[in-house]
Design a binder for this molecule. Sequence first.
Ligand code: HEC
Ligand code: HEC
Ligand code: HEC
Length: 409
Amino acid sequence: MVLRGWGVRVIAMGLVGCFWLVGGPQARPAQAQQNKYTGAASCSASNCHGSTKPKADFPKLDESVQWAKKDRHAQAYATLLNEKLKSGVSPSKIAKGLNLAKAEASERCLTCHAVNVPVALRGPKFDVTEGVHCDGCHGPAEKWLEPHAEKGWTHEQSVKVGMYDTKNLLLRAEKCVSCHLQIDTDMVAAGHPEPLTIELDTFSENMPPHWATKGAWTRTRIWGLGQVISLREAAKQVGARAKANASAKLMDEALSKVRGHFVIAKHLLAVTAPPVATGLGQDVAALNDAVAKGDKATAQTLAAKISTAAAQEAPKIATRDFDQATTQRLIKSVAGDADAIGAAGIKAAELAAMSLDRLSSTYFKGINAKADKSVSDALDAMFGAVEDPAKYDAKEFVAQVKAFDKSFK
Ligand code: HEC
Ligand code: HEC
Ligand code: HEC
C-alpha cells in the first residue's frame, strides 16, 4: 500500500487545543548528562553515515544523507527563520506573540527545534543550526563516536556510555513524544500549530525511517504502544488542566483527546488486557461526567487513574508479540466500531484513519498480499474527510469506515 506520507502534515495543522510542556524534551539519563554532544557533522563523513553508495542492507550508512535530504528534523531550526513556510505559519509572529526577541535564539523554541544542550556539553563540531540532528535522538556521542565504528563493538556497549537506546521501543516512543505531544498553551495561542498527537507508526513512516523494522508484526506493536502512550499523555493533560482550574473550553478540548484516544485504544486493550479495557471504559465515562459537571477535583483523580493505568500497559505492549490473527482482529474491531468513532469527535476520526491505514498496511505486507482497491479507496476517503476540520462531517466519515469494514477481508 502506498504510504500516506501526507497524513501527518494534513492533520497536524488543523487541530485546536492546547498542550504544555511537562518534563522536557532533552531529558536524559544521568550517565549521559556528562557526555558531549558531537553534532551531525561528526557522523556525516562519507565512510561513516554519509555514504553516497548506500548498502543494500540496514544500516545503509547513508543515514546522514537521508536525514539532510528528506527528514523534516533537519529543517527544524531553519523553520524558526522561515517566513515563507507553505503552511503560512509565521515563526516571527509566534515569537512576537510571546514577547520573544528572536525565535531562533529563544530556549522556548530551541528546546524542540534543535538539540539545545548547554554550551559546556557541545563538542567542537556541534552546530545548533543543524536542528534536530543525530544526537537529538541517539544521545551524546562523545564516548561512543569512535569505538562504535570498530569491529565487534555492540549497540549495548554504546548504550552503556551514553547512547540513547532507540532500539528499545518504549524509550523510542518516549523520545518522539517528548517533542511531539505537549506544547505550552501560550504558544498555541500565539499561533504555533497544534502538534499532532502521535500515532507512532505513522510518525515513524513519515520521518522517513532510516532503519529497518524487523519482524512482520512489529508494526502492530509500535502502533499499540503509541496508543497507550498517547492515552496516558491525554489523560495527564486533563489532570493538569483540572488542577490549574482551566476554563470549560480548555477542559472540553483536553477531554475530547482522551475520548478520541480511548475509542481507539480500547480495541487494543480488549485484546491485551480485557479487565483494564473495562475499567478504563468506566473511568473515561466518569471523567466525562465530572468534566460536564465542572467537578475538577473528581476529574483530577480520574485523570490520574487513567494515565496510571495506561502507563502500566505501555511496557507490556512494548514487549508483547503480535501476530497476523491479532492484527486482523484489531483492524476488524476498530473498523467495526464506526458509530462510536463518529460520536467521539474528529480526534478519534484522525486516529482511526491513521490506525486503519497503518494496521492494514502491516497486515497486507505480513501476508504478502495487496490490499483491494476498495480498501485503499475507503482509506483515501477517510483521510480526505479529516483533511479540513472545518469541513469534517462525522456521518460521511462513519460511512467510509463502514465501507472499509465491508471491503477488508
Ligand atoms: C528534539 C525534538 C524532537 C524529537 C525528539 C522528535 N521530533 Fe519529530 N519533529 C520535531 C520538530 C520541531 C518537527 C518540525 C520540523 C519542521 O518542520 O521544522 C518535527 C517533525 C517531525 C515529522 C514531520 C511532521 C510533519 O508535519 O511533516 C515527523 C514525521 C516526525 N517529526 C517524527 C518523529 C519521530 C518518529 C520521532 C521519534 C523517533 C521524533 N519525530 C522525534 C521535533 C522532534
Ligand atoms: C514542544 C516542542 C516544540 C516547541 C517548544 C516549539 N515547537 Fe514549533 N513545532 C514543533 C513540532 C513538533 C512541529 C511540527 C508540527 C507537527 O507536525 O506536529 C512544529 C512546527 C512549527 C512551525 C510550523 C512549521 C511549518 O512547516 O508549518 C513553526 C513556524 C514553529 N514550529 C515555530 C516555533 C517557534 C517560533 C517556537 C518557539 C516560540 C516553537 N516552534 C516551539 C514542536 C515545538
Ligand atoms: C528523530 C529521531 C532521529 C534522528 C534525528 C536520527 N535518528 Fe537514527 N534512528 C532513530 C530511530 C528511532 C532508529 C531505529 C532504532 C535503532 O535502530 O536504533 C534509528 C536508527 C539509526 C541507525 C541504525 C539503523 C539500523 O538499521 O541498524 C543508524 C545508523 C542511525 N539511526 C544513524 C543516524 C544518524 C547518522 C543520524 C543523523 C544524521 C540520525 N540517525 C538521526 C531516530 C533518529
